[in-house]
Design a protein around this ligand. Structure first.
Ligand code: GAR
Length: 207
């Protein structure tokens, strides 16, 4: 059994997609042992509760510095014997201690095709606004291993989504979630759980 801990900050639709694929049996031998929110009022915590999953808020604001925040997260995940940390719409920044302690065992979903529309400041609705402003015809989502630098780790899966002429950022965000994020994030977890991801430098081989 692979124990996963899920980091969230908002609505939790990606968390829901993972829960649904575990409950349907598409993802086997995986258990969500804890959901950690950066915000106390995140709807993601309600979703966890509805499915009998323990949730907690650990907010960066309540710590003096990033090292203390990292240590709190590390001890929480250690106490829950977490094997894989999944950032599913997590909008706080993780520090060096955390990324080192869980190297190769943290994955993130980003709502654009990395290395475009990513990095510092590109989160939530913002990548979709920038995509529309830029005039690109294709965007999508990326699941990648997490390194200290934002959105920079080895890429596991990507899926493209077309931008339509009359898209607003909100309409595009919804399409990217439905057509890409909710598919590739659970899929990456399934591949990890089946030991099918091999990191070779910047590349992730799926075996
Ligand atoms: C998702 O679009 C996710 O890709 C994005 O926040 C949204 C959360 O939605 N994450 C980032 O921007 C991280 N850089 P959700 O709470 O409904 O899953």
């Amino acid at each position: 059994m692979l124990n996963i801990g899920v980091l969230v900050s908002g609505g939790g639709s990606n968390l829901q997609a993972i829960i649904d694929k575990i409950e349907s049996g598409y993802i086997k031998n995986v258990s969500i042992v804890t959901v950690v929110s950066s915000k106390p009022d995140a709807y993601a915590l309600e979703r966890a509760k509805k499915h009998g999953i323990k949730g907690i808020c650990i907010s960066r604001k309540t710590f003096n510095n990033i090292d203390e925040y990292d240590e709190a997260l590390i001890s929480h995940f250690k106490a829950h014997e977490v094997d894989l940390v999944v950032m599913a719409g997590f909008l706080s920044i993780l520090g060096e201690r955390f990324t080192k302690a869980y190297e190769g065992r943290v994955i993130n979903i980003h709502p654009a095709l990395i290395p475009s529309f990513c990095g510092k400041g590109f989160y939530g609705i913002i990548p979709h606004q920038k995509v529309i402003e830029s005039g690109v015809k294709v965007t999508g989502a990326t699941v990648h291993f997490v390194e200290l630098e934002a959105d920079a780790g080895p890429i596991i899966l990507q899926k493209a989504v077309y931008v339509q002429d009359d898209d607003t950022p909100e309409i595009l965000q919804k399409r990217v979630m439905e057509q890409a994020e909710w598919e590739i994030l659970p899929e990456a977890i399934r591949l990890f759980a089946e030991n099918r991801l091999v990191i070779e430098g910047r590349r992730v081989k799926i075996i």
